[in-house]
Design a protein around this ligand. Structure first.
Ligand SMILES: [Zn+2]
Length: 384
């Protein structure tokens, strides 16, 4: 069986490769190309085993699965004094879905499990990722699992723990001393010249990552719907850069709603570091044509996994569809939340703390839930 073809989310044109829509790119807009949404009619959510492979019919690759037991991450209720934040009014519960509980310590495992399976199905012998860390570690692990070669392009600014992880898992790490743009250009050459299978975004403006791999993120939505069945998830807050996770969660909820497995889709909120906050800037513009073409200055941030100059269109689409919004926090607020989570026994990457800090501040009706996605473990270290 051939995998389903990919079409641009924005203009509907078919895509030729994994570098998004070239027609939209010519307009300066990074729009990803994805397979059709899955039909979940008749699925028994209570019997869903979790993770991407718990619902293989929703994936663009038939298998065989490449798996290390990803998914089924814990939901942890945060200590929260809701009256503090909202003028004494009662509010809902704040939960954290802890994606650091995945095999390599981040949400990226959900995508790389599916992406590496797609690579194997396509007959690839080498997969390649451009990554500041977590995606590279996940690509290395799943490539090792499948027995294919893995090359990871990084910049020099990767925490030592992550470098160790990528190397120990047997990937070839190519350190690029230039900018992220130059690193991605090097990956694009490798894809064009050697036919290596790309697992992450490498073109500019970035459309987001591999459209097959990203379908693995839908399982976050399926697990939330299963685990909080009978309760109302009002909002899901997602640390956002290229919006692969945000868009994937949005697609999962859309599939669930279309199959009437949930009553309504939660609102999605993109959480960003103020040092690089294109979605927050974009949603400040009135019309969508302006929002799509937003470009911001980008500075270094403790949230090293995040940081884009332009919004990827797939993220804007997810926010528009769910009636969502974007919030940005400065590094002091991010580090304060990083410490607050640790004081509750949770050591997360600062990029993840962006989401829980935003979640604590959102007004939510009593009885409803807000869920922050804690994308990665804090045990991989910090950047200098
Ligand atoms: Zn397009």
């Amino acid at each position: 069986m051939n995998p389903p073809s990919l079409h641009c989310l924005r203009c509907g044109r078919p895509a030729e490769a994994f570098d998004g829509c070239r027609s939209c790119a010519a307009e300066g807009i990074g729009a990803n190309a994805m397979p059709p949404l899955a039909d979940l009619t008749g699925v028994d959510l209570a019997g869903y085993a979790g993770g991407p492979w718990g619902l293989p019919a929703a994936l663009p690759v038939p298998g065989p699965p490449v798996t290390l037991g990803e998914g089924n991450t814990p939901n942890i209720r945060l200590r929260h004094e809701p009256q503090d934040a909202h003028d004494g009014r009662p509010t809902g519960e704040v939960w954290l879905k802890y994606e650091g509980g995945n095999p390599t310590g981040s949400h990226k495992d959900r995508a790389m499990a599916v992406g590496v399976a797609a690579a194997v199905a396509a007959g690839a012998d080498t997969v390649v990722a451009a990554s500041s860390g977590n995606a590279g570690a996940a690509a290395a692990a799943y490539a090792a699992r499948a027995g294919v070669r893995c090359v990871v392009f990084t910049t020099e600014r990767v925490p030592a723990g992550l470098r160790t992880q990528i190397d120990a898992l047997g990937a070839e790490r190519v350190v690029h001393r230039g900018t992220v743009f130059e690193r991605n250009a090097a990956m694009a050459r490798a894809v064009a010249e050697h036919g290596w299978y790309p697992l992450t975004s490498y073109s500019a403006p970035s459309p987001g990552g591999n459209g097959y791999a990203n379908e693995g993120y839908k399982s976050v939505a399926y697990e939330l719907a299963r685990d909080f069945a009978g309760r109302r998830i009002d909002t899901v807050v997602v640390p956002t850069s290229r919006a692969d996770l945000l868009a994937g969660i949005g697609r999962g909820f859309r599939e669930l709603a279309a199959a009437e497995l949930i009553a309504q889709e939660p609102r999605l909120v993109a959480a960003e570091p103020a040092a690089a906050a294109p979605y927050t800037a974009a949603l400040g513009h009135r019309d969508r044509a302006e929002q799509e073409r937003t470009r911001v200055a980008k500075a270094r941030t403790v949230a090293f996994s995040l940081g884009e100059e332009r919004p990827c269109w797939q993220g804007l689409d997810a926010l528009w569809r769910s009636g969502g919004t974007a919030r940005a926090l400065d590094d002091d607020a991010i580090l304060a939340e990083h410490r607050r989570l640790a004081s509750e026994g949770l050591l997360l990457e600062p990029s993840s703390a962006v989401a829980s800090a935003v979640a604590r501040e959102l007004p939510v009706d009593p009885g409803a839930l807000v869920v922050a996605i804690g994308t990665a473990s804090g045990m991989k270290g910090l950047v200098d």
